[in-house]
Design a protein around this ligand. Structure first.
Ligand code: PEP
Ligand code: MN
Length: 345
């Protein structure tokens, strides 16, 4: 940590800051410049609240040098992590596509979606059975029945399953059917949920909260990693900004930022990121160009009749088209997206 004193800070003020730093267990290195005295506080304390120093008399600014997260950081783990989801690897040269409807609605619906996304080259079937809806009156998902339908459809087409778990007591039932547990944007800072999910050691898709900084997001990942679960995949899904033309603002710059700060794989969800069907494919292309290790795409056999997120769900034909386009972008940036080598069993 670096403490910059105000111009004109007097000796007693400087001494008082040094004393406080010492009391908190930091070694202090003092340098006196022409205008400012700068104090280097030496010691790694990821949980130290820098405001303790910021509020002291004569302090102009305080800068943290080491990140507040450790296990998620590249400082401590320079090599990129690969996360294995039952044979599907995230973080390697291959870009992994997760696709399916927002919610599982019926056997026919999930079956139709699974068949087509597998054929197009997706490796993981998405679909919610426990849905975090803004309104308590909106469709809340089919629960375990939905999970069962999704897993059966996924197995039939050689896909893995990712689905959301909203509260700790749902973990056993979701874990029974899913290969990856999804933590939704609204739960990114539900710390008891993150800890319980960490204990399962299952792969986790951790979505970024809609108002969360990258720093806060990586600290949430730290909760899972701290339970000895290294299998965290991050998902940028759009943040709230002043812009109203799209549902959220897909923060694509988060991808290179996270890749520099963390070793964890990161994917993008342009469906929730823009919230409008016609903008999903361009932003999927951009996500791949920006370095995403995967994509999460909502697609539905009949979007106008979907029980949730129809307007942002691609028609299945549009999904085929998206896959062809992102495959070309992937090649241009030295990655690959496999073609669907699938025959229905
Ligand atoms: C979802 O993936 O269906 C979902 C609810 O996403 P988010 O948590 O990003 O809103
Ligand atoms: Mn959705």
């Amino acid at each position: 940590m670096v403490v910059v004193m105000e111009r004109g800070a007097d000796e007693p003020q400087i001494e008082a800051v040094i004393e406080r730093l010492d009391a908190y267990g930091f070694g202090v290195h003092r340098s006196t410049g022409a205008e400012h005295t700068v104090l280097g506080a030496i010691g790694v304390k990821p949980d130290f609240d820098v405001r303790h120093i910021k509020v002291l008399e004569g302090v102009k600014d305080v800068f943290r040098i080491s990140s507040p997260y450790k296990l998620a950081s590249r400082e401590w783990h320079p090599d990129r992590s690969l996360v294995d989801v039952d044979g599907v690897t995230f973080g390697g040269d291959e870009i992994v596509v997760m696709a399916g409807p927002c919610s599982v609605e019926s056997e026919e619906q999930i079956e139709a979606a699974a068949e087509r996304v597998a054929r197009a080259g997706a490796k993981i079937l998405r679909g919610g059975a426990f849905k975090p809806r803004t309104s308590p009156y909106a469709f809340q998902g089919l629960g375990e029945e939905g999970l069962r339908m999704m897993r059966a459809a996924a197995d039939r087409y050689g896909l893995k399953v990712v689905t959301e778990v909203m509260r700790p007591r749902q973990i056993p039932v979701v874990a029974k059917y899913a290969h990856t547990l999804q933590v939704g944007a609204r739960n990114m800072q539900n710390f008891p949920l993150l800890q319980e999910i960490g204990k399962t050691k299952m792969p986790v898709l951790l979505k970024r909260g809609m108002s969360a900084t990258i720093n806060e997001w990586l600290q949430s990942a730290e909760y899972i990693l701290a339970e000895d679960n290294p299998n965290v995949i991050l998902c940028e899904r759009g943040i709230r900004t002043f812009e109203t033309a799209t549902r959220n603002t897909l923060d694509l710059s988060a991808i290179p930022v996270v890749k520099k700060q963390s070793h964890l794989p990161i994917i993008a969800d342009p469906s929730h990121g823009v919230g409008l069907r016609d903008k999903v494919t361009p932003m999927a292309r951009a996500s791949v160009a920006a370095g995403a290790d995967g994509l999460m795409i909502e697609t539905h056999p009949n979007p106008p009749e979907a029980l949730s997120d129809g307007p942002q769900s691609l028609y299945l034909d549009e999904f085929d088209d998206l896959m062809e386009q992102v495959r070309r972008v992937a090649e241009a940036v030295g990655r690959t997206i496999p073609t669907g080598a699938l025959a229905a069993v």
